[in-house]
Each structure stands twice: as structure tokens, then as C-alpha cells.
Design a protein around this ligand. Structure first.
Ligand SMILES: Nc1nc2c(ncn2[C@@H]2O[C@H](COP(=O)(O)OP(=O)(O)O)[C@@H](O)[C@H]2O)c(=O)[nH]1
Ligand SMILES: [Mg+2]
Length: 349
């Protein structure tokens, strides 16, 4: 029941003292991105007005959604809440505090909600995605969009671990995330320190590059794979994340395994050499090593046992088959990419 309370308190202080009749004014930013403060004119060297849309996927977030929307409106022109079949008052509260609300009648998952949000954000210069459970701080938005405004990035990833370990992250979560981070990096070809972050900024022109195939939480990794494939420029900035308000919708282990399987499935075609060939070489090597050991023992007069011998043959065959499958798939993928590039070049001419 205490979720989001911190923000509600800070909001009420801020909200009434500032007495801003129009919270949703232009966001002023300077190109140095050091001094990004809304409305702090002494700080401005250059005024840039960009249309910023924040998408908040929300599933049963009535406790936090009100304060999150109000705080977010200070940094954005549009705040879109995608209420994903919530059974509480998420949609009603979000509407009351001025968000555009899109309601999914049934729960379709965070991936589908983001797809809905991206479609609704048509025409925005910058799209920001943020969790609506109060773990992310809307005041980090200027920091997140600055590299896009500076023209040095197409996508900005809010990272909890940019400067090493985040002490606030529980250890079991960090352990699981390290595995997901490594696999996401291999799959996407990007160097990312926080692959599961839901706090990101996207230049408007990247909007149609995403597949939105994963319905649920694996969407964060899938979007990074799309970024890698499209060759977009990605930058990371440090963000703060609260865990005292964390009320994860899914059990973290189930969540992690779900994401892990989706990444592995994605790797099948994205990185066939990693998915098939490397494990294949490993299995084949174990099989061949076993075979040589058995031969050595056999030559010294020892008996060959049926079970281990069959296992050795199986490992060798499966290993060799996987290694070749990976090589062939890799060639096919490369061919497809090349012919796509040629087709695009011809169409452009
Ligand atoms: N649209 C939608 N959003 C969801 C769903 N599940 C979670 N979310 C939202 O995604 C964000 C992160 O979810 P959360 O469960 O806190 O994930 P965690 O912080 O990674 O454990 C929050 O804003 C949730 O409201 C869902 O099924 N659909
Ligand atoms: Mg959360």
C-alpha cells in the first residue's frame, strides 16, 4: 500500500509552491546537457523546443499513477498511459490528472502496451518510455532526452549500472540481470550495462523500426536487438531507481526465465553461431574427448561399456550437426541481409 507515497509527498510540496498554471510548457534544454533544467533561464544558452511524448505502460498502478503523471507532465508535451486491462482505478486516475489514456480491455502485456503507445505517439520528436510504478523518477527525463537533442544518439538507455554496481538493486536480481545483460549484448551487438531498463528515450524517427513481437517483459531486450540490427546510435545515461516502492507484477524468477527464453529464441536467427555453433563445438569436443579416452582404455584391454559409448556417439553427432547448422544459418542470414541491402539500394536509385 505504500507504493508511490514518496512521489505523492514530493509532488504536493512542489506542485503547490510552484503554482504552475501550465505544467506542460516547453522543455528548455541546452546543448551541453550539463545544465538541463526546466525554465531555469539563467542556465540557458540555447532554447530548444521539441515535442516530447512519454508513454507509461500501466497494470494496476492506481497507487502511483496520479503522482507519476503529474510529475511527468512537467517534462513532456504528451503523457500517454496505456492501461493494460487493470482491475483497479488506474485509467480513471490517469485521466483525472491530465494523461491521454488508452485502455486495453484485457491484459495483453507490456510489449503490446508499448506498441499501442508508440502508435499513438505519431508525430513526436522524442518518445520516452517509463515505468508507472514509481520506481523511475520523472525528473531524470531531461537527462535522458539530452543526447538526442544534442544529436549524438538516436536512442538513450537509462541505466542503473553505468558506473558499476547499484547498491539498491537486490543481489538476486543483479545476478539474473547480469545473465540477461550478457545475452542481450551478444544478441544485439550493443554494449549495454542495463538491458532490462524500461526508462528510455527514442528519437521520433526510430518509431517504426521496432518489431514489438514480445508481448511481455522481454520487450526491453527485443527493442535493443532491433536497435543493434538497425545500426542506430545508442547512449546510456545514469538513472536512479527506487526499490522501496517495488511491487513487481510478476515473480522475478518467472520474469527472468521468461525473458531468458525469449532472448535465446531471438538469438536463433540473430546470432546462429553463438546459438548453435559454439554449443555444438563444445558438445562435439566432449564427445570426441570421451571417444579418445575409451579408445585409449580399450587399447589397454579394458571393456567398452554400452551406455557411455552411445552417449559419446550421440554427443559427437549432435555437436557436429549443431555446429554445421549454425554455420549454414549464419550464411543464410548474411545472404538475406545482403540481398535486402541491394534491394534497398536499387529502390533508392
Ligand atoms: N501494459 C502493461 N504494463 C505492465 C504489465 N505488467 C507490468 N507492467 C508495467 O510495467 C512496468 C514495470 O513492471 P514491474 O512489474 O514493476 O517490473 P519490474 O520493476 O521489472 O519488476 C510498470 O509500470 C507496470 O505497471 C502488463 O501486463 N501490461
Ligand atoms: Mg517495477
Amino acid at each position: 500500500m505504500y507504493r508511490g507515497v514518496g512521489y505523492i509527498i514530493s509532488l504536493s510540496a512542489d506542485f503547490f509552491i510552484a503554482e504552475e498554471p501550465e505544467l506542460n510548457s516547453e522543455l528548455f534544454l541546452i546543448s551541453s546537457s550539463q545544465c538541463v533544467r526546466q525554465g531555469e533561464l539563467s542556465c540557458l544558452r540555447e532554447e530548444i523546443s521539441q515535442k516530447i511524448t512519454v508513454i507509461l505502460p500501466a497494470f494496476n498502478e492506481e497507487v502511483s499513477i496520479g503522482s507519476i503523471v503529474l510529475l511527468t507532465r512537467r517534462y513532456a508535451d504528451r503523457v500517454i498511459v496505456v492501461d493494460d486491462g487493470s482491475s483497479d482505478r488506474t485509467a480513471e486516475i490517469a485521466k483525472k490528472v491530465g494523461a491521454e489514456v488508452i485502455v486495453h480491455e484485457t491484459n495483453k502485456g507490456k510489449g503490446v502496451a508499448l506498441k499501442t503507445g508508440f502508435e499513438a505517439a505519431e508525430g513526436s520528436d522524442i518518445i520516452v518510455t517509463m515505468d508507472s510504478d514509481g520506481q523511475h523518477n520523472p525528473s531524470d527525463i531531461p537527462k535522458l532526452v539530452a543526447p538526442i537533442l544534442d544529436g549524438i544518439a538516436d536512442i538513450v538507455n537509462g541505466s542503473r549500472y553505468l558506473n558499476g554496481q547499484d547498491r539498491a538493486t537486490p543481489l538476486y536480481r543483479r545476478a539474473g540481470q547480469t545473465i540477461l545483460d550478457s545475452l542481450t549484448c551478444v544478441n544485439s551487438g550493443l554494449k549495454i550495462t542495463d538491458s532490462q531498463s524500461g526508462f528510455r528515450a527514442f528519437a521520433g524517427y526510430t518509431k517504426d523500426l521496432f518489431r514489438f513481437r514480445s508481448n511481455g517483459m522481454a520487450i526491453e531486450s527485443e527493442m535493443l536487438a532491433d536497435v543493434g540490427k538497425a545500426g542506430l546510435r545508442i547512449k546510456e545515461v545514469e538513472i536512479g531507481v527506487r526499490y522501496d516502492v517495488d511491487g513487481s507484477t510478476m515473480n522475478p524468477i518467472k520474469h527472468g526465465l521468461n525473458v531468458l527464453f525469449k532472448i535465446l529464441k531471438d538469438m536463433e536467427f540473430n546470432r546462429p553461431l553463438y546459438y548453435f555453433t559454439i554449443p555444438g563445438i563444445f558438445l562435439g569436443t566432449v564427445g570426441i574427448y570421451m571417444g579418445l579416452t575409451f579408445l585409449h582404455n580399450f587399447s589397454r584391454g579394458e571393456t567398452l561399456y554400452f551406455g557411455p559409448t552411445i552417449l559419446m556417439i550421440l554427443l559427437t553427432l549432435v555437436g557436429v550437426f549443431m555446429a554445421f547448422t549454425g554455420v549454414m544459418l549464419n550464411s543464410m542470414v548474411n545472404l538475406m541481409v545482403e540481398s535486402k541491402l541491394i534491394r534497398e539500394n536499387i529502390e533508392r536509385k
